[in-house]
Write a protein that binds this ligand. Structure first.
Ligand code: NAP
Ligand code: MG
Length: 496
């Protein structure tokens, strides 16, 4: 095993981080003084103890964000161009700290260092760079009115920030999810309280440090580390104007209820059970590589994981054997080992959850390829394929959030799309075919916020992302994200 970092360097990076919460530009302890441990899932050892924020801390952070937004504050008075430059600078600083971030992501979440360095961190930086340009381009419109003398009134719209945004994120892409949330909210001119997941708080703390270095005024970005109760306090807080949540559908529904008190705006990016349809006329090598990537990337801990694989009968054995071969070639291990392709699952709970679904698949009659625990320390599970599955199986219906795909063949005469769409989720979907007409017809009929054609897991700051059905409300990224962070004000003037 060749580790990308020696122990002293790891000590240095983790040791230099703040373990406190960022409130009003200062690093503070939790009101209760308590802390909680973040664990390295590859070794099961404690990495760091961080402040345990609870309702009182959430309230303090909301008050700081509210004050930082008020008229006359440095943030409100800042020219839009300058706001953009600060956001851009934060993107630059993320790239300057590429290795530290990738190391923290690997230690805290388990993912391979090389993957974090090539994907999570540069994409996070790109989100800040992309969003920085919008600060000077968010504009209203002048609207000719329809039912009156057109010269009698002037009607125009102003776009205004929704004000205080609470942002609650999960552990699967800790820095990237923070970037998806924080960058557009800053570009819109909002102030923020961010709550990272309890399993992976560390990269958010470095992000907070760099945000201050970039010149963000105190209170514009506040970070409360803690558990679900801190998130619940934010979702219910009467002084929060908008809550943006990424995580499980179950908690998403609780967020909606908590938000009802002041009818704060809500956006949700929830779970998925994404169908992947492979037709016999596909480029089979591409379909195999794409289908393996769809489910095994990031240990399968992806909300868009292609976890239901439907393959046309005549190529079913070939595709399943190809995906199984890819699975066998995936080297599972410590994310800091340079040869590792898949790290551990994030926590012992997630390990139990994923292996529980594999067991339930076996109990319901599926054949299991892979599926075993790897090693006896750390939360490692081998990439897994369930064959001989039926639609009603629990492992086919429910989100597993691990490297487990359920495969099933379909006859060329059968329309597979009603089956592909037979899920409460609608986040991602994919189709592999060389027939361009079939590709677009399929893309239209799949009920999902993102459809990949002959590829998977391609994301970009410019491309809106979000869910149909129980996969969520609203879209992140692209210009579309501003619908979530801005109000539209209509101004009508009598010109007489
Ligand atoms: P989760 O409970 O939904 O956690 C997501 C975030 O919400 C975390 O920051 C969490 O805090 C916070 N939270 C928990 N309860 C809350 C509440 N009542 N009000 C406000 N915020 C609350 O997800 P999980 O337990 O970590 O993972 C469970 C399953 O969710 C996974 O197996 C997977 O199926 C799904 N999941 C989906 C995504 C996605 O991207 N769509 C991401 C992660 C997980 P704490 O972590 O501190 O409790
Ligand atoms: Mg951790």
């Amino acid at each position: 095993m060749t580790l990308a970092f020696e122990a002293p360097r790891i000590q240095e990076v983790v040791g230099s981080l703040s373990r406190k919460m960022l409130i009003n530009g200062e690093w503070v302890d939790a009101a209760s003084g308590s802390t909680f441990d973040s664990v390295n899932p590859a070794t099961e050892e404690v990495l760091a103890s961080v402040a345990h924020g609870q309702a009182e801390d959430a309230d303090r952070a909301v008050r700081a964000a509210r004050a930082a937004f008020e008229d006359g504050s440095a943030w409100r008075k800042m020219p839009h161009g300058q706001r953009g430059r600060i956001i851009h600078k934060l993107g630059d600083l993320i790239l300057d700290h590429l290795e530290e971030f990738a190391l923290l992501e690997s230690l805290d979440n388990g993912k391979p260092f090389a993957v974090a360095k090539a994907a999570d961190v540069p994409l996070a930086a790109d989100m800040f760079h992309y969003m920085s340009g919008w600060t000077t381009k968010i504009e209203g419109s002048t609207l000719p009115i329809s039912a009156h003398d057109p010269d009698a009134y002037l009607g125009f719209t102003l776009r205004e920030p929704v004000r205080v945004a609470a942002q609650i994120i999960p552990w699967n892409f800790p820095l990237l999810m923070a970037a998806w949330k924080v960058a557009p909210a800053l570009a819109a001119g909002c102030t923020i309280v961010l709550k990272p997941a309890e399993q992976t708080p560390l990269s958010a703390l470095l992000l907070g440090e760099l945000a201050m270095q970039a010149g963000l005024p105190p209170g514009v970005l506040n970070i409360v580390t803690g558990f679900g109760d801190a998130g619940a306090a934010l979702a219910a807080h009467p002084d929060v104007d908008k809550v943006a949540f990424t995580g499980s559908t179950e908690v998403g529904k609780q967020i909606v209820q908590a938000a009802a008190g002041n009818l704060k705006k809500v956006t949700l990016e929830l779970g998925g059970k994404s169908p992947n349809v492979v037709y016999a006329d596909a480029d089979i090598e591409k379909a195999i590589a794409g289908s393996a990537n769809a489910i095994f990337f990031n240990q399968g801990e992806c909300c868009v994981a292609g976890s239901r694989l439907y393959v046309e009968e005549s190529v079913y054995d070939q595709v399943v054997e190809g995906v199984a071969e890819q699975a066998r070639n995936i080297k599972v291990g410590n994310g800091l080992d340079e040869s590792t392709m898949m790290g551990p699952l994030v926590s012992s709970e997630q390990f139990d959850r994923v292996t529980g679904y594999i067991t339930s698949g076996r109990d319901e009659g599926a054949n299991i390829i892979g599926g075993e625990r790897v090693g006896d320390k750390g939360y490692f599970v081998a990439p897994t394929i369930l064959t001989g599955t039926r639609e009603e199986m629990k492992a086919v219906q429910e989100e597993i959030f691990g490297p487990v795909v359920a495969a099933a063949p379909f006859n060329a005469d059968r329309d597979i799309l009603p089956t592909a769409n037979n899920t409460n989720f609608g986040l991602g979907a994919g189709v592999f075919t060389r027939d361009i007409g079939k590709a677009y017809r399929t893309a239209r009929r799949l009920r999902a916020g993102t459809v990949w054609v002959n590829t998977w897991n391609v994301f970009d700051a410019t491309l809106p992302f979000g869910g149909y059905k129980e996969s969520g409300w609203g879209r992140e990224m692209g210009q579309a994200v501003f619908n979530n962070y801005m109000e539209t004000k209509t101004v009508i003037t009598d010109l007489s």
